[in-house]
Design a protein around this ligand. Structure first.
Ligand SMILES: Cc1cc2nc3c(=O)[nH]c(=O)nc-3n(C[C@H](O)[C@H](O)[C@H](O)COP(=O)(O)OP(=O)(O)OC[C@H]3O[C@@H](n4cnc5c(N)ncnc54)[C@H](O)[C@@H]3O)c2cc1C
Length: 480
């Protein structure tokens, strides 16, 4: 009997398995698909010679994750490729705004709000890794309470409120709105300011990198290290019931709460199962990958310096678009998040050619084709873009969920992270990774600190499982 089985090999599943193996316990990962990685896979989605990130493309959280930073990544084949800037935010009739590592350089792009920008971020940049270790953690007594309080008091506000109050001009407000829209919430909701501040802050710590060779390299490096520690990984092993789980003392689910409810139902109390089933996933996404015959022809060519481009115009425009999606509508000018990987990693496309992807948020489970509106939004800031397209590959929510059962209705970050579900994720419990059954745990992005490729959900779930392993009796029956 293994000490632990992890169901799912996403970044959190692999992080959990590594943390368990590092504690000297035996661990086996079961992955439903033929390939490992979940949200960190790279595939030939368009033409031969083009490598596309199927899900995650840009990795501020991956490079800054307190857990990943402690792992020997280079020895296992992961190299980050850094762009000169993290984010470009084009605006109509004026130069784009760029989020650069230096707050002074970023401030120069912000005109009248330059000083206000520096004043907002300076207090958090003295020892940013300490702050991140509190932010990328479950609700607990912070290790750095004063800085967390300062961050939290502002972050709890809606993005629209905080950024309209702190900035007078469109440029700074727009840059923050683009960062806050990663929350996939209406920007009038509490906590969206925190998401904006975290993303902008990461851009001042590190230029948001892509992984050399594709995001797949992150999963491969984690898997290689796990095997080095003695962990086992089995692919083509979908777990549909506890009978599919080989004998193990504890099982960690890198899955949605819905799947934990279905699979764990026989050994979990009905009240807990029904709370898991009430978990909210929120809007989905519509994603396009392109093979391009050249770089994106941005009207402001400085946009080519950034790994990520936020398309949506002003704060008011982005807030209106995100609120519309939340109401189940389809804005004509959606907020579009674009990554241009091959601009920095030439291995992604044949010489002189390029890859890129973009997505917009859509109502959960939507079947509506958003190709036109996404490409029009890019054309708005990069006239001639469509003429560069050699091939495209489209994914709607249904296809995303078929790829990975965790993306319920096309939701890509493990479920709504509003005031309630940010802290009570997947349900309100002192230890959110544990379940009422001391042998079952959840370690996916549907636990704190939520979505993104950082592995911190897996790391904290592993700590919870390791504590339980110490308390469990020596002789145990199989769970199934
Ligand atoms: C289009 C897109 C773009 C994104 N962009 C970014 C980005 O740029 N930066 C970033 O940091 N994050 C990004 N994300 C989010 C990020 O990918 C996820 O938050 C992250 O992958 C979550 O990791 P996880 O380990 O919790 O789950 P996942 O990565 O979803 O992995 C879960 C794994 O479990 C497997 N599994 C599920 N159910 C079962 C089962 N019953 N039996 C066996 N195996 C099972 C799945 O096949 C999958 O391999 C993006 C996501 C998407 C979809």
């Amino acid at each position: 009997m293994d000490d632990a089985v992890v169901v799912g090999s996403g970044p959190n599943g692999l992080a959990a398995a590594i943390a368990i193996a590092r504690a000297g316990r035996s661990v086996r990962v079961l992955e439903a698909r033929r390939t490992i990685g979940g949200g960190i896979r790279t595939d030939a989605l368009t033409l031969p010679g083009y490598a596309h990130d199927v899900c995650s493309g840009c990795h501020p959280m991956g490079v800054l994750s307190p857990f990943f930073r402690a792992l020997p990544r280079a020895a296992h084949g992961l190299t980050w490729v850094y762009p000169p800037a993290s984010v470009a935010h084009p605006l109509d009739g004026q130069p784009a705004v760029l989020l650069r590592r230096s707050t002074a350089e970023t401030a120069r792009d912000l005109g009248e709000d330059g000083h206000a920008w520096q004043r907002l971020f300076a207090p958090f940049l003295h020892d940013p890794h300490a702050l991140l270790s509190d932010l990328l953690a479950p609700l607990r007594l912070p290790r750095h309470p004063i800085r967390m309080a300062r961050f939290g008091l502002q972050g709890l506000l809606p993005a629209t409120t905080l950024f309209r109050a702190r900035f007078r001009g469109q440029r700074a407000r727009a840059l923050m709105a683009g960062c806050a829209a990663h929350s996939i919430l209406p920007l009038e909701r509490p906590l969206t300011a925190a998401v904006g501040m975290i993303f902008a802050l990461t851009g001042h710590i590190v230029d948001w990198p892509v992984a050399a060779g594709g995001s797949r390299a992150i999963g491969d490096a984690l898997a290689s290290y796990l095997r080095h520690l003695g962990g086992k990984i089995e692919t083509d092993r979908p777990v549909r019931s506890l009978a599919d789980v080989p004998p193990a003392r504890v099982v960690l689910f890198d899955t949605s709460p819905a799947q934990l409810a279905d699979i764990g139902e026989p050994v979990l109390p009905p009240a807990y199962v029904s709370r898991l089933r009430r978990y909210r996933y929120g809007p989905g996404i519509f994603k396009i990958d392109w093979a391009l015959d050249g770089p994106i022809p941005w009207r402001d060519p400085r946009c080519l310096e950034a790994s990520t481009v936020h398309l949506g115009g002003t704060l008011d425009e982005i807030a209106a678009a995100e609120a519309a999606v939340w109401r189940g509508e389809y804005p004509e000018r959606p907020f579009v998040l674009l990554v241009q990987q091959s601009q920095f990693d030439p291995t992604r496309a044949p010489a002189g050619r390029h890859t890129g992807y973009a997505y917009c948020h859509v109502p959960s489970g939507s079947a509506v084709d958003r190709t036109d509106v996404i490409e029009r939004q890019i054309e708005r800031f990069a006239p001639g873009f469509q003429e560069r397209i050699l091939a495209r590959h489209v994914m709607r929510p249904a296809e995303l969920q078929q790829e990975n059962a965790n993306y319920v209705g096309g939701a890509i970050t493990g479920g709504v992270a509003d005031l309630r579900q940010f802290f009570a994720r997947p349900v309100l419990r002192l230890d959110p990774y544990s379940t009422p059954n001391p042998r079952l745990f959840i370690c996916s992005a549907s636990t704190p600190p939520g979505g993104g490729v950082h592995g911190m959900c897996g790391y904290f779930a592993a700590q919870s499982a390791l504590r339980s392993l110490k308390r469990l009796p020596e002789r145990l029956d199989p769970l199934g």
